[in-house]
Design a protein around this ligand. Structure first.
Ligand SMILES: NC(=O)c1ccc[n+]([C@@H]2O[C@H](COP(=O)([O-])OP(=O)(O)OC[C@H]3O[C@@H](n4cnc5c(N)ncnc54)[C@H](O)[C@@H]3O)[C@@H](O)[C@H]2O)c1
Length: 214
């Protein structure tokens, strides 16, 4: 069977969730799992899991389920997690410092490799063995280390200029925490994390409930 279709982005976004669930299963010493059981853990139907995985080849056998370790290895390979990814972090304020100190990234294939800020009081100080560099050095430092991934944790008003510097530095994927949509060329991936917008999408429901009660 030909499998030339490009997997949609929603499928790619689910793969890390499958991988995480499979890691938990391995920790629980579960060696084999059905798409039904895997789906229940992440609120996805068994049919959806089978369809998602079918973009990448044949996994598991009908009626037997998936070998947890093998499927995890395959998904990790698909996600490029058979290597470690260095990441540049820009903006070492409240959030940036917490990210720089977070040990969980390293355990999951992501290595914070370079820190940048524009505040002269922060430049030259160390966090977790890394020296905060002047953000005017982004291009040189990122190119020298071959860093293709970056995290933006600067105020919204500074996010676009930082994104422009990252693009000039050859960065191809940006995780943006600033509440501001940044413009980048087509060949650069951007994901936004906006906890305030997510909370507001729930305050909508709470406010309606309160209206009904009053
Ligand atoms: N702190 C949170 O819980 C939180 C939650 C969600 C989103 N955010 C967003 O994350 C971003 C950072 O938040 P924060 O609380 O850490 O802010 P912060 O003010 O504590 O830190 C911002 C840091 O960015 C640096 N900076 C400013 N301009 C820069 C530039 N051009 N280049 C490099 N560094 C620069 C500042 O010197 C400072 O160290 C903001 O956009 C904020 O809206 C924060």
């Amino acid at each position: 069977m030909d499998r030339i279709e490009t997997p949609p982005d929603v499928v790619i976004r689910r793969l890390p969730l499958y991988a995480r669930s499979l890691r938990y299963l391995l920790q629980e010493d579960v060696r084999s799992v059905s798409s039904q059981e895997l789906g229940e853990r992440i609120n996805v139907t068994a049919a959806q899991i089978r369809k998602d995985l079918s973009y990448f080849g044949e996994f598991g056998k009908q009626g037997i389920g998936y070998d947890v370790e093998k499927l995890l290895n395959q998904i990790e390979r698909i996600l490029g997690l058979n290597q470690e990814w260095p990441v540049g972090l820009i903006g070492i304020g409240h959030l940036g410092e917490a990210i720089a100190r977070y040990e969980g990234f390293r355990r999951q294939g992501i290595r914070i490799a370079a820190l940048f800020d524009s505040d002269p009081n922060k430049i030259g100080t160390d966090i977790n063995g890394l020296t905060i560099q002047d953000d005017t050095h982004i291009e040189r430092a990122m190119r020298e280390q071959g860093v293709k991934l970056a995290i933006i944790a600067v105020p919204a008003t500074r996010a676009q200029e930082v994104a422009d510097m990252l693009v000039s530095a050859g960065v191809r994927a940006i995780l943006n925490y600033a509440p501001m949509v940044i413009q980048v060329p087509e060949n650069v991936w951007v994901r936004h994390i906006d906890p305030v917008a997510v909370l507001h999408s729930m305050t909508y429901y709470l406010a309606r409930e309160e209206d009904k009660e009053s």
